[in-house]
Design a protein around this ligand. Structure first.
Ligand SMILES: *Cc1c(COP(=O)(O)O)cnc(C)c1O
Length: 463
């Protein structure tokens, strides 16, 4: 066996070959040398395990192709474009909202060059990054003032810290929501330094429960949108108006975490009802928080809007600086908000809203195009089936959106295996498995994805 091992080429010898020097030009000496060492070690282990003659010719022949391929793969970013055929429109793990072309343009311009991020062009003096969106947010929501931070979780943490640290915050037991990941309302309140005073029960909280819990120290009443669950049956919560009046009588402030938060009444477009930020503020809520990349359809951001005195207090707190929004997201947010202003029609221009509003006829045409492009393939069967899509990310949680999917099944692969093969395509395709079928839902894909999906499905090898 020692003889056989000795017959393997040396690292140095391989590095001096013409093929190696070509690879070194592309990938650098260190990566190529390491890749050669790994291949040689594999070959040694194979010899030891099988105790047979190494096929040196085959080894040498495939060595540099293998290395080139594996270095290509290793260098490709793990963060890349993907196709969302899950039927979940705002899919947190797939990056939430697709941005409008205008938002992408604005982002690119600011990324490639210097910008007026914190510069007042009038005076040539330092400005505030909030100025680029504040007036627009106020116009669209009726708020007196606003600021934007990194995301909605940061928005809530910032509000609670700036307005409630060291003081009791009263909130309903029925609204102690966990959003997913590590966001749980009681933990966020604890982190802010405020003291949570939970009132009511899981299914019922009365106005008097809040009133009884308020004392001279109490700073805030906190209402949260139970965005990813619903308590149904024997339930009640006081209205926003009642809570706002109570806050006013007791010298406290009412904050509402809306999570998704929408700027236009989606019911006007035949879309399900979700609290509109303007209505929430008009009901007397002092400060609201909501996400930029959920139903608003913009970049990751957390918007804080409401009464000027409170917003000013939040803006100057050090935590607002620590969680401030970056210039790229700010540019994209500004451009997205612009699309909500006349003469634009947000449902025509903002991909999240477009996707919610896409008709079943369009989805059917997409599904047909996909099945046509794949065509008849031995061992693979395709069927267009009715499905239910979701808004996702805690938006419109109970709302079923009718959709259509292409179900893919094969004689030789399980649905899990098929799903995995599609995830491994150049542009990963994510479907969902339901009742032991792989479904490629047409709701959140776009027409231009269809050819790529078809190629990925066609590339599945059937034995
Ligand atoms: C999604 C959500 C959040 C968190 O928003 P991010 O922008 O992801 O930080 C907070 N509260 C509610 C009610 C939510 O639905």
């Amino acid at each position: 066996m020692q003889d056989r091992l000795k017959r393997l080429p040396k690292v140095q010898t391989l590095l001096e070959t013409e093929l190696a020097s070509q690879l070194i030009q592309t990938y650098g000496h260190e990566d190529v040398a390491n890749a050669i060492r790994v291949r040689l070690q594999d070959a040694r282990e194979t010899i030891i395990a099988n105790d047979h003659e190494p096929d040196l010719e085959a080894f040498n022949q495939s060595l540099f192709d293998d290395i080139s391929q594996s270095l290509d793969i290793a260098r490709a970013s793990s963060l890349r474009r993907a196709i969302n055929a899950t039927g979940i429109i705002i899919h947190t793990n797939l990056g939430r909202a697709r941005l409008a072309p205008k938002a992408i343009e604005a982002m690119t311009a600011v990324a490639a060059d210097y910008s007026t991020l914190e510069m007042d062009v009038e005076t040539g003096k330092r400005g505030s990054r909030h100025d680029h969106v504040e007036a627009l947010i106020c116009q669209l929501t009726g708020a007196e003032a606003a600021l934007v931070v990194n995301n909605c979780a940061a928005a809530i943490l910032t509000c609670l810290t700036a307005l409630g640290a060291g003081k009791p915050v009263v909130a309903s037991r029925g609204e102690m929501v966990e959003i997913g990941g590590s966001f749980r309302m009681p933990d966020v309140i604890a982190q802010s330094g405020a003291h949570l005073r939970e009132v009511g029960t899981t299914n019922k909280t009365h106005l008097r429960d809040y009133a009884d819990a308020i004392d001279n120290d109490t700073a805030l009443l906190l209402k949260s949108h139970t965005s990813n669950y619903q308590v149904i049956g024997f339930t009640s919560v006081p209205s926003r108006q009642e809570l706002a009046a109570l806050a006013q009588q007791t010298g406290t402030h009412l904050i509402e975490d809306l999570g998704s938060g929408v700027l236009v009444d989606l019911a006007l477009y035949g879309l399900p009802n979700e609290p509109v930020v303007r209505d929430v503020l008009a009901a007397g809520v002092d400060v609201v928080t909501f996400s930029g990349d959920k139903l608003l359809g913009g970049p990751q951001a957390g918007i804080i809007a409401g009464r000027r005195a409170l917003i000013d207090q939040i803006k100057t707190h050090p935590i607002a600086r620590a969680v401030r929004i970056d210039k790229l997201s700010l540019a994209a947010l500004r451009a997205t908000l612009d699309l909500y202003r006349a003469p634009n029609n947000p449902v025509e221009q903002i991909p999240v809203l477009q996707t919610l509003a896409t008709s079943l006829e369009t989805l059917r045409a997409r599904a047909r195009k996909l099945t046509d492009l794949i065509g008849a393939k031995q061992g693979l069967s395709l069927e267009i089936v009715a499905t239910v899509a979701r808004a996702g990310a805690g938006s419109l949680p109970q709302q079923d959106l009718p959709s259509l999917a292409v179900s893919v099944s094969s004689t030789s692969h399980s649905p899990d295996r098929l799903a995995k093969m599609l995830r491994q395509a150049d542009t990963p395709v994510f479907g969902r498995i339901s009742k032991d079928q792989l479904l490629l839902d047409m709701r959140a894909v776009v027409d231009s994805d269809i050819t790529e999906i078809a190629n990925a499905v066609s590339a599945i090898s059937i034995k």
